[in-house]
Design a binder for this molecule. Structure first.
Ligand SMILES: [Zn+2]
Length: 398
């Protein structure tokens, strides 16, 4: 996920300006001139959707609002707030091409070089990175830091610098190697003897995954995938990265360790680029990444081993689909891989792409039809038989 959404302070003020006077007086700072009611309603509606996490609605409402704004006192402030909302929403949705003009307009409209403008400039940096303009991204993040950033904005800027490889203290001695679809940035501490071979294996995984998802351009569009390869979780933690082994599809990057499976994070990125998910379920998102990680071609046996190791007799895959927390990660991931393996073998590539777009069990039943439950019953029987053959399964399946 991109970093948590926060409404820039000036937008909060804009919203407050439309709120009852009592609410304003509790929050001391002098509010800007109140927006006329129609403009305030447009701003409020777009940012309410953004705050709730509904980026699609936020983008649509902000763009409708921009089209509906009429010349009036406060119109410029409303246009700024709506442009930021539209730009951030499109950026978070992984659509940097649509985000950039909104954000650049917001930066041009801002009356002062304050933190609110700084947020817009920071997002310009993020979007430029997503589009492959690394130098432009770096310049925007530097500029945003000169906008009297709030503590929160300063923290986001520092995190983005680390995330994008701009933190020169951390990355000074890292090596970079490019393949047609990837840019690998590799820690000097990672014990990789043949960097070209290491890169080539990941490049062919990217090509294989993109082909399997019927979108050979997805691996390199709109820019090559940036893979930051750490020696260990500890090295990443010491550099200030809160965690490692993750992908940020909206900006086309992953931070991982050199010994992680070849394809897992690459699969997350390419699946997102190829299909642009609308409704996600971890069983499908993670199952696809497990299926494409390149480490095994027998996911059902792998899942049975994990179940037996956890003392489980089997798995209710439909229950796991609805509630990913039912099983510990060490079991849930291989079971998800086995589910996706089942769907890949029994269904078509178009069905898999449809499932990646809308990932709930109900979506799967619509996409695969009545056969689906029979396939899942069969998988559950295979898992239980696999566990029994391993002599495991003391406990009842959750
Ligand atoms: Zn994953």
């Amino acid at each position: 996920m991109p970093h948590a959404a926060r409404v820039p302070p000036s937008v909060v003020l804009l919203l407050l300006a439309a709120a009852p006077a009592a609410a304003q007086s509790r929050l001391a700072p002098p509010a800007p001139a109140p927006l006329p009611a129609p403009a305030a309603a447009l701003v409020d509606s777009a940012w309410a959707a953004y705050e709730r996490g509904d980026r699609g609605a936020a983008a649509a409402r902000a763009e409708r609002g921009l089209a509906a704004l009429r010349p009036a006192p406060g119109e410029r402030a409303a246009r700024f707030a709506l442009s930021v909302a539209a730009g951030r929403a499109h950026a978070d949705l992984g659509d940097p091409h649509r985000a950039l003009p909104h954000l650049e307009r917001a930066v041009a409209l801002a009356a002062r070089r304050d933190a609110a403008r700084g947020w817009a400039v920071a997002y310009v940096g993020k979007v430029r990175f997503a589009l492959g303009d690394t130098a432009g991204a770096r310049a925007a993040l530097d500029d945003a830091a000169r906008h009297a950033p709030t503590e929160r904005l300063a923290a986001v800027l520092a995190a983005d610098r680390r995330l994008f490889g701009f933190d020169s203290t951390t990355y000074a001695r890292w090596r970079t190697v490019a393949t047609p679809h990837l840019r690998l940035h590799v820690s000097p501490a990672a014990p990789i003897l043949d960097l070209a071979a290491f890169a080539a294996v990941r490049e062919s995984a990217a090509v294989r995954i993109a082909a399997a998802l019927a979108d050979t351009a997805a691996a390199a569009r709109p820019k090559p995938i940036d893979l930051f390869v750490w020696d260990s979780e500890r090295e990443a933690a010491e550099a200030g990265l809160p965690r490692v082994h993750f992908a940020r599809p909206a900006v086309g990057l992953s931070h991982l360790t050199w010994d992680q499976t070849v394809g897992h994070e690459i699969a997350h990125l390419i699946a997102y680029r190829a299909v642009r998910p609308e409704v996600v379920a971890p069983l499908v998102t993670e199952g696809v990444a497990v299926w494409f990680d390149g480490s095994s071609d027998d996911r059902a046996t792998e899942a049975a081993v994990a179940l037996a190791g956890a003392g489980l007799r089997g798995a209710d895959v439909r229950a796991l689909w609805a509630d990913w927390t039912r099983l510990p990660d060490g079991v849930a991931y291989p079971v998800a891989g086995a589910v996706v393996e089942t769907l890949v073998r029994a269904g078509t590539r178009d069905q898999l792409r449809a499932l990646l777009r809308t990932q709930t069990l109900d979506d799967a039943r619509r996409i695969y039809g009545p056969a689906l439950d029979g396939w899942l019953d069969g998988l559950e029987r295979r898992l239980a038989a696999g566990v029994a053959a391993l002599g495991g399964g003391a406990r009842v399946a959750p």
